[in-house]
Design a protein around this ligand. Structure first.
Ligand code: AMP
Length: 323
């Protein structure tokens, strides 16, 4: 069997956080060894929320740096800016014409927005269709994502199957790949970690900021001597992501035994996080001192991405009757 084509993206709406890393970046970095990996910085998607051009440019570069610092190898994986292949917006329009409104009305990102009493833009409403175009343009087989994106990959599958029924076998039907243990990384308040909930821990926080954030993790008011439940603790959940299994087992036992306060456990979590990302911090400092290399990587990524996208668009235009 041919090597799978893997594709995933990350929005440059701020600095990547632990949810992005464990949900998507780390699995993506593992996948680069097993197939042809395409990872993009989703600047078109970010425009649903970021309306400051300088910030968008800065976040786009900094997300690329973070991904490279964490181990993305640009010789193996193709790293590119979504907007360097603008054909994706054309494909999004073609798919939009096949998309039933109720399918999008049912998508949770849109529903959450409306439930909060906010007025969604058309971009936010149609975002799953642009995501389908991202995936289908590169003939992707596997899409490594966090659980929050599962529904959107289902939309992609539905649209690809529909297009194939109507226009012949034009698209590859992809599958989501979700790592069960890190499908949803919790934030400081115990909800899903998300930039929009303001509860994130960034991958490359300053030491002081990281310490302060970890110390602010919400807990119940159990006193030091009381036994505590490791199953419902954001401290333990985050510690599991960055500490060795023995250290995690010890923390869980000490939670159950009582006698240690949350503050001590938080200090241990801080140390583990700080150490876990130390090699990546060093690599990031090295990369950010050399902007020309980042430019060259993104240019090369755009070239390799276009080499796949343009033939796909030719095929799709013909199939849809545009040529
Ligand atoms: P976004 O920042 O929305 O572009 O997300 C980029 C990737 O990170 C997507 O694959 C998400 O599923 C993943 N992700 C974001 N937040 C979390 C989280 N709290 N837990 C697990 N994965 C996440």
């Amino acid at each position: 069997m041919a090597a799978p084509r893997i594709l995933s993206g990350i929005k440059p709406t701020g600095r990547p956080h632990l949810g992005n890393y464990f949900g998507m970046m780390r699995p993506g970095i593992e996948w680069q060894e097993r197939g042809e990996a395409f990872y993009f910085i989703a600047d078109y998607h970010a425009l649903t929320t970021v309306h400051d051009p300088a910030a968008l440019r800065e976040y786009t570069r900094s997300v690329a740096l973070d991904f490279l610092a964490c181990g993305l190898d640009p010789k193996k994986a193709v790293l590119f800016r979504q907007s360097d292949v603008p054909e994706v917006t054309e494909l999004a329009w073609l798919l939009t014409c096949l998309t039933p409104m109720p399918m999008l009305e049912n998508c949770h990102a849109y529903k959450d927005h409306v439930a909060k009493g906010k007025v969604p833009s058309h971009g936010l409403f149609a975002y799953p269709v642009l995501m389908a175009a991202d995936i289908l343009l590169y003939n992707s087989n596997v899409v490594p994502v966090g659980r929050d994106q599962k529904q959107h990959v289902e939309v992609t599958r539905d649209l690809a199957e529909k297009a194939n029924r109507v226009f012949g076998e034009v698209f590859t039907v992809p599958e989501a790949s979700i790592v069960a243990e890190v499908a949803t990384v919790v934030g400081l308040d115990g909800q899903k970690m998300s930039k929009s909930y303001n509860n994130t821990i960034g991958l490359f926080e300053e030491e002081k900021v990281l310490r302060k954030k970890v110390m602010s993790i919400v807990t119940d008011s159990a006193p030091v001597e009381a036994p505590k439940d490791p199953a419902n603790s954001a401290i333990v959940a985050l510690y599991r992501l960055c500490a060795e299994p023995d250290a995690v087992a010890l923390m869980e036992d000490q939670f159950r035994a009582g006698g240690i306060g949350y503050g001590d456990f938080k200090k241990r979590l801080f140390e583990a996080l700080w150490d876990r990302f130390a090699p990546f911090r060093a690599k990031r400092a090295e990369l950010s001192a050399d902007p020309a290399t980042l430019d060259a990587i993104l240019e090369d990524g755009a070239r390799r991405a276009r080499a796949v996208a343009l033939p796909t668009m030719d095929r799709v235009r013909k199939a849809f009757g545009l040529k």
